[in-house]
Design a protein around this ligand. Structure first.
Ligand SMILES: *Cc1c(COP(=O)(O)O)cnc(C)c1O
Length: 814
């Protein structure tokens, strides 16, 4: 891209502040951390719910950025750069994308629907890439921001675009349509879910179809909900399993090895192809792709051979435990420039190790010459602080001198043969390769031998839940997130990193050791320690943790050390007991507390807090109100007498939901972040975060009269198929969950636990389930939920989550 700045001014109808008459731009950025930011970057300062791009302008000017699209000019920077002032920077970004799109004239496939957008996009990219230089949306960049950014990445070499667009309410799609300006439309599965944001299904479909207002053809599954709302004048190319009037009439049959034959009639001819999937969603997505290929006049032979190679689209970048204490990011399904950028960003965000290695195959379909492409890759590598590159492929071998520290091999096999001579330890390794390079073999040698039982943590769900609770807060109210007990069993560091990314204000842990380990791993957020033992004050100070002080004894100890270390204004927190009777100063101790602190500059009261005993229980509403009232009174007394104005906070998760009037200046979010609410209504709005998974070790069928497990506590009344799962009470599954009380989920069906839960294993009834050894088992997650388990086990979700043993591996994904 090379666009004169003055054109941008007119495209955006912006007011220019500074010199807009000269200069041109080559990049557009909205991310202050992007490695592209420089003299030819136009930076759009977007304002989001958690972030304001205007805050980074000073920093960006230092990095050399000279032109900004803003809604206001930050104070003191008026003369430091050129500003294009607009009302709304997001609208400006979209206007820019519309203009930029208009500079290109090649076919563009636009995809929308409720489900399957990203998969259809990735598959079409795979199916068409032998014949086109394709530009496509990275990952699922399909929002009001993602779509313009995707389009702005087009360059002169591309000759086909594939973009997805998603909307959550009315009046959004008409903004995306002129940006994508698709020529071929694909409507994927219209589900029944996600109707929030729309009055009804018809409205939802009507809104989605607005993406296709100007297409030359619309591919869709003929459906009585959709057909009537397609605007007249749009040419359709439809398929159906049931309606013979569709352009393509399709049937499917299941084959061995999880494959499916798709037979179709088109223009009075019958054909068939095979795909390596058997689930309904994949079949429908594959048919959407099939229709695009037919529309583009591909012959059946090509279609059949390419579709037989469709692969599972990896929607997540998975961090795995590698050999020699390495971390492994497995992205072994694709290699193109855009997804490389995303993967490198992700790699950069992993701050566990300084040392970073990239294992990269040849890159396909960039639309650039090899020199230019690998030159750009080399720049990215430097910008992302990657110390070592291992290139694999005949092309990358030729360009290895572009990188400072690069070993290259022509083939994956050569790398594997040399593996013993390469050292991998204490580093993060990104494995990124096109499918044909079979990098899964590299992942296999680098990965630590796998545990069969894992707790999968959905980081997106966590972000979602955080925002759900944030939305309940008045502006200015801060948020502390409790990550004690290893993030309620979900993983301390990874969750703390995500929270840091979301810029929460504080983290809370129970003991000093937990805080020290987070600080050691590079967490910079302030951390409050709920229950510091006096012996830990030294290390608390050394690691810049902030203790909660709740007794006079603790206060005196802390002050003694503060004196000894000659501290000034070291932050700490005062806990007062308002009725929980666990920790905290009582009313009659306040005079001594205040007396001791008066005039003391060694320490600084950062906040005053208390904890509620019954915020989750309407039966104790009056008691809860009384606690809040007492907190207000006692904390005010401290503030008045010490003449200070610290943060005040009393609400935990259920407090946030039930006592919105008592937010003071901060709240402490705990269990809600992890997707659990004490309120059944609210529970519906939260997303499940943790899924405990295992696999079937063995299956056997026993006759009536035989028993299962210790003590013969299950007796088969009839012939019973029994599956053994390698997870037991030593992993945190209560024995009370056995003997017919609890169940696991296999192939979406419930399998009741037979007999007693053993230390490392349990057995379940799979008589009615079509399953084989090695199949996945869900111990908890969507079903059963931890809430449901807690009820049956007469405990609370907190106990179940925090009981999952540390020997169960945690896997994080987005
Ligand atoms: C654990 C804890 C919280 C969070 O409670 P949730 O019910 O999980 O939201 C808040 N404050 C204190 C003092 C805690 O110990």
């Amino acid at each position: 891209m090379s666009i004169p700045l003055k054109n941008c001014v007119s495209v955006l109808s912006a007011k220019c502040h500074g010199d807009c008459s000269s200069g041109h731009i080559e990049h557009v950025s909205i991310d202050s951390r992007s490695s592209h930011n420089g003299a030819t970057t136009l930076f759009f300062a977007l304002i989001g719910p958690n972030n304001n791009g205007h805050q980074y302008i000073a920093e960006l000017i230092e990095e050399g950025v000279a032109a900004f699209v803003v809604s206001y000019i930050p104070e003191g920077l008026e003369d430091k750069a050129t500003y294009l002032v607009v009302d709304n920077t997001l609208v400006a970004l979209q206007k820019f994308a519309i203009y930029y799109r208009s500079l290109f004239d090649f076919p563009v496939i636009g995809i929308t629907g409720s489900n399957g957008k990203t998969i259809v996009k990735e598959w079409l990219n795979f199916l068409l890439s032998p014949d086109f230089n394709i530009i496509r949306s990275p990952k699922s960049f399909n929002s009001q921001v993602g779509v313009p950014l995707s389009v702005i990445a087009i360059n002169e070499k591309h000759n086909l675009g594939i973009f997805e667009a998603g909307i959550s309410t009315v009046a959004e799609m008409e903004k995306l349509e002129p940006i994508v300006k698709p020529t071929i439309g694909v409507l994927t599965n219209i589900g029944t879910s996600h109707d929030e944001g729309f009055a009804n299904t018809t409205q939802k479909i009507t809104e989605k179809l607005k993406l296709f207002s100007h297409v030359e053809v619309l591919v869709y599954q003929k459906d009585e909900r959709v057909t009537p709302v397609i605007p007249v004048g749009i040419t359709t190319f439809s398929w159906s399993f049931t309606d013979k009037t569709a352009d393509v009439f399709v049937s499917h049959t299941k084959n061995a090895n999880h494959k499916t034959t798709i037979s179709y009639q088109y223009k009075n001819h019958s054909h068939s192809i095979e795909i390596p999937f058997e689930d309904r969603a994949s079949i429908e997505n594959a048919i959407s792709c099939l229709l695009v290929l037919l529309y583009l006049n591909y012959d059946n032979e090509t279609i059949a051979s390419r579709m037989s190679m469709l692969y599972p689209v990896q929607m997540r970048l998975e961090v795995k435990n590698g050999i020699n204490n390495c971390n492994l990011i497995d992205d072994s399904y694709s290699s193109d420039f855009q997804s490389l950028k995303i993967a490198l960003d992700f790699l950069e965000s992993q701050n566990k190790f300084q040392k970073k290695t990239l294992i990269l195959s040849d890159i396909f379909q960039s639309g650039l010459s090899d020199e230019e492409l690998y030159g750009r890759v080399a720049k990215l590598v430097v910008a992302n602080n990657i110390q070592r590159v291992i290139g694999i492929g005949e092309t990358i071998v030729k360009f290895k001198t572009l990188f400072t520290n690069c070993i290259a091999y022509p083939h994956t096999a050569d790398f594997l043969a040399d593996f013993e001579n390469l050292e991998f330890s204490n580093e993060t390794i990104l494995v990124k390769g096109a499918r044909s390079f079979e990098f899964e073999e590299i992942v296999a040698v680098l990965e630590q031998k796998k545990h069969e039982t894992v707790l999968e943590i959905n980081l997106n769900a966590l972000s979602y839940n955080l925002n759900f609770f944030k939305a309940k807060l008045q502006p200015q109210v801060k948020i502390m997130v409790m990550v004690k007990a290893f993030g309620y069993g979900n993983g301390g560091l990874e969750i703390a990193s995500l929270l840091e990314h979301h810029q929460v204000d504080y983290l809370g842990v129970a003991f000093a050791d937990e805080g020290i380990s987070l600080k050691n791993d590079g967490i910079r957020l302030p951390i409050m320690v709920l229950n510091p033992e006096s012996t830990s004050f030294s290390s608390i100070i050394q690691y810049q943790l902030e203790p909660e002080i709740y007794t006079l004894r603790g206060l005196h100890n802390f002050l003694k050390i503060a004196e000894h270390k000659n501290l000034q204004h070291f932050p700490f927190h005062i806990k007062i007991d308002t009725g929980m009777h666990r920790l905290g100063f009582e009313r009659n101790q306040l005079p001594e507390l205040i007396q001791t602190l008066k005039g003391n500059t060694r320490v600084q009261v950062k906040s005053i807090l208390s904890h509620m005993a019954t915020s989750d229980d309407g039966a104790h509403y009056a008691f809860a109100k009384q606690q809040i009232q007492l907190f207000d009174e006692l904390s005010s007394q401290i503030m008045t007498e010490l003449q200070i104005n610290p943060i005040r906070h009393i609400l935990n998760t259920s407090g946030i939901s039930n006592f919105p009037e008592a937010q003071f200046n901060m709240v402490r979010l705990g269990i809600g972040l992890y997707g659990v609410s004490n309120d059944a209504e609210e529970q519906k709005f939260l997303e499940n975060v943790g899924t405990l998974k295992s696999v079937i070790s063995q299956i056997r069928t026993i006759p009536a009269g035989d028993s299962v497990g210790y003590g013969r506590r299950f007796m088969a009344q009839k012939e019973t198929k029994v599956a053994t799962i390698p997870i037991g009470y030593a992993d945190g599954i209560s024995r009370a969950w056995g003997n017919g009380v609890g169940y696991v989920t296999i192939k979406n069906k419930k399998a009741t636990i037979l007999g007693s839960v053993c230390m490392d294993m349990l057995m379940v009834d799979v008589t009615e389930i079509d399953c084989v050894e090695g199949d996945d088992v869900i111990i908890f997650g969507e079903s059963p939920t931890v809430v449901e388990m807690a009820l049956a086990l007469k405990t609370i979700p907190y106990e179940i989550l925090t009981s999952i043993s540390q020997r169960v591996k945690r896997v994080f994904y987005r």
